[in-house]
Design a protein around this ligand. Structure first.
Ligand SMILES: [Zn+2]
Length: 304
């Protein structure tokens, strides 16, 4: 079958996947998280299978939640490439995107300070993130990091608020919401997943979107959840301005803003210098977590 896009990247998060119903499901090494990993994997697997069937030739799936070790590759079509862990540039976290033509975002969430399901941008320690006076969701950071490679954001799934935010910034992006207001007992994951896969396939005909690159300069205000003392500490550490619990970041363009946010959220000057070693250690941590998920899954199977 002929499709507009042959080489796809999927960025997969957990908060907007079909098995994440609370903060514990998005946390590391909890029984809820183990179940959410399985459901997230089933979501991704359904989309991957449908995309291959529709004629896509190459699919890379980048696990992008916490340790970046949540997906169980043995449950996903082996023709796809599942990438765990984080890489250094040129695309932060992802490394080199290769020949990818378009990106699909699955399991996403809304921006910090907005009322979506488990809304946050990069970390829940940022209570609110406003860039040029508007909330900024992760899709803007991730999609713009892929823009220099001419990669088009064509599809996005997450809670209704997250979908609305994605649609507001990336003109023409196809969205497929997951509504969790009724709770897990009344949610039909199988039906939703089938719809998700069909919507992702339909987005292969989406020629409306362009690589997403907003114009600078950017003035960001990051309100820190843990208050003024933490904001002050981070401001001193990274030479930023700070007022009460808010950090002020001035950036010429979105890439510079993204790098500044990565530093604030995940790094210290020392870990930034030792990044290759730190990423290896973090990788090991992720592998231990995923091995634990597999054991939990096995236990569940033995119980049923
Ligand atoms: Zn996440």
């Amino acid at each position: 079958m002929r499709t507009r896009y042959k080489r796809l990247l999927i960025i997969a998060d957990i908060e907007g996947s079909s098995g994440c119903w609370d903060y514990r499901s998005a946390s590391f090494m909890t029984p809820e998280w183990a179940r959410a990993c399985v459901a997230m994997t089933l979501d991704v697997a359904a989309v991957v299978t449908a995309l291959f069937k529709a004629g896509v030739a190459h699919i890379t799936v980048k696990d992008f939640h916490r340790t970046a070790y949540n997906l169980l590759p043995e449950m996903i079509d082996p023709d796809s490439k599942i990438v765990h862990g984080y890489r250094r540039g040129p695309v932060p976290g992802l490394g080199d995107p290769g020949q990818t033509q378009a990106v699909i975002f699955l399991g996403m969430h809304a921006a910090s300070g907005t009322d979506g399901f488990l809304a946050h941008t990069l970390t829940s320690r940022i209570a609110q993130l406003k860039v040029n006076a508007k909330p900024m969701a992760e899709i803007e950071l991730f999609a713009s990091a892929l823009a220099p490679f001419e990669i088009r954001p064509i599809f996005f799934s997450g809670c209704p608020v997250a979908c609305e935010q994605a649609g507001a910034v990336v003109e023409g992006i196809s969205t497929y919401p997951i509504d969790k207001t009724a709770g897990p007992e009344r949610f039909d994951a199988q039906t939703w997943r089938t719809g998700l896969a069909a919507a992702a396939v339909a987005s292969l005909e989406n020629d409306l979107t362009e690589p997403y690159l907003p114009r600078g300069p950017m003035r960001a205000l990051a309100k820190m959840r843990d208050g003024a003392a933490v904001a002050r500490k981070l401001a001193i550490r990274w030479n930023l301005d700070c007022q009460d619990d808010q950090l002020l970041i001035k950036a010429a363009h979105i890439r510079e803003l993204y790098m500044a946010l990565i530093r604030i959220c995940y790094l210290t000057p020392l870990t930034e210098k030792m990044l290759p070693i730190c990423l290896l250690a973090y990788d090991l941590w992720g592998r231990i977590g995923l091995a634990w998920v597999r054991r939990q899954k096995l236990k569940q199977l033995q119980l049923t």
